[in-house]
Design a protein around this ligand. Structure first.
Ligand code: NI
Ligand code: MN
Length: 229
């Protein structure tokens, strides 16, 4: 499995011959590696943790361009379906699906999930994290969330080896609570801090996070950099 960080919560995961995008916030993401799309020949699946614009991002455009299937909360699927995305895999919390040798499990996250249209929030259902497993390796993308003790249940059920964990604070965990999640509730071999440094609003420092984590190896990626696991 090859995991490439594209800034913020956005990833390109390559496994079992499939190209999977998570939370493709590309346009307007100041840390998106420019030109990355030029080298992207195909996209099979787009996974969305929730409906906020910094996660939904370029989903509709990319799903149409590549004929990709959107895997997301039911309400998000109906929303992007209404914008012309044809291939949808609606899910809800606690469910798993398998397609093309990859297993997608939707797990809880504590956050909100709406898009604002004409000044009014339109609900996108409950926010989520995902565990994506292929060829015996599972990766946990926590989405946007606070720490919660049932992360231990996610670890017990899905046995993720890699965690993509938000540390930017304000809208998600900060370094201290994200380290608590790793030290007390998860049991990850490799931890990648995400959702930091995109905007000044996100003041959480991934190096402080790395200093506090005692369980698992923290790998601070640069946008465009990959991890092979
Ligand atoms: Ni959010
Ligand atoms: Mn976010």
């Amino acid at each position: 499995m090859r995991i490439t960080w594209l800034g913020h919560a956005a990833f390109h995961i390559q496994a079992a011959g499939r190209d999977i995008l998570v939370d493709p916030f590309w346009t307007g993401n100041p840390r998106f590696p420019q030109g990355y799309e030029d080298g992207l020949a195909k996209v099979d699946t787009i996974v969305l943790t929730h409906g906020h614009e910094d996660h939904l991002g370029d989903t509709v455009r990319l799903a149409k361009k590549y004929g990709a299937t959107v895997v997301a909360q039911y309400e998000i699927c109906m929303f992007v379906g209404g914008q012309g995305v044809e291939r949808l895999e609606p899910m809800n919390t606690g469910g798993c699906i398998r397609r093309d040798g990859v297993r997608y499990c939707m797990v809880p996250a504590f956050h909100s999930s709406a898009v604002i249209r004409d000044g009014t929030p339109v609900t996108m259902g409950d926010p989520a994290g995902f565990v994506i497993e292929a060829e015996g390796t599972a990766v946990y993308h926590a989405g946007d969330t606070c720490v919660f003790s049932d992360m231990a249940l996610i670890q017990r059920i899905h046995r993720p080896k890699v965690g993509l964990i938000p540390v930017g604070d304000r809208f998600t965990m900060g370094p201290e609570t994200a380290a608590l999640a790793c030290n007390e509730f998860l049991d990850l071999e490799i931890v990648v801090p995400i959702h930091w440094g995109t905007f000044d609003l996100l003041h959480g420092d991934p190096h402080e996070f790395a200093r506090l984590v005692r369980r698992g190896r923290v790998v601070i990626l640069e946008p465009g950099q990959s991890l092979e696991v």
